[in-house]
Write a protein that binds this ligand. Sequence first.
Ligand SMILES: [Zn+2]
Ligand SMILES: [Zn+2]
Length: 282
Amino acid sequence: MRVTFHGVRGSVATPGPATIRYGGNTVCVEVRTVDGSLIVLDLGTGVRELGKQLIRAPLPDPIHIFVTHAHWDHIIGAPFFAPLWRRDAHVVLHALSQRAHQRLSKNVLFDGEHFPVRAQDIPAHVERPPFVGSSVRIGSATVKQIQLNHPGGADGFRIDDADGSSVCYLTDNELAPPGPCTTSSDDLARFAASAGLIIHDSQYLPTDMPHKHGWGHSLVADVLALGQKAEARALALHHHDPDRDDDALDRIAADSAAWAREHAPGMKTLAAAEGTTLEIAP
Ligand SMILES: [Zn+2]
Ligand SMILES: [Zn+2]
């Protein structure tokens, strides 16, 4: 499986010289399965660049899209995803939870008010399969859903490919929320067990607390502990705080790598950066 980050920023896009190395686009991740199927995870502003790349070649048919939840930073790029404006494009919007299915049927962005074009006037063939359960087969892979700890709810995903490679996409998620958990860290670690790569919301540092406790995002230290517990082979810190500049993310990446060398030597860590492609081995 091949994973490419097109947007790694949480909450709001942060263009400018201070974020040029890691990137300022909000979250969007491209996954290519071993049989060449395309899975797009989240439609933040990063999906615009992915769309531009896709229309330069014959379009994958279909383009599979999974959105974790409908907060702006995860959907705001959708109107600027170039394949939507092509009549020959076939886009499938998957919902692996009842809540996701209800959200998709609302068409908040394409209601004629938030964007000039209404959903029914989009040229591409946009398919919304009925909700049938928490997993679906996509080409050579299976995608499974898990509920995350986030205000309003969010879906995390695990993709297992035919060659044994696996990726977990867990954002937005607060691993240690105040009050009861929707899904405990132990359950998440089981869901992500032995993953080739975990991509996890890592927005906060202890200096953000206690003010942002309960906002639905995780401390980097809690994410590292999850990766260790799951015995993941690689862990990508993702959904970076909009106030974290490149130098701050360099420090987080270096501190995380040092922690992993000592506590989880089998796990590679990285701070996700726009444009980075990772080959996930079986
Ligand atoms: Zn977010
Ligand atoms: Zn969110």
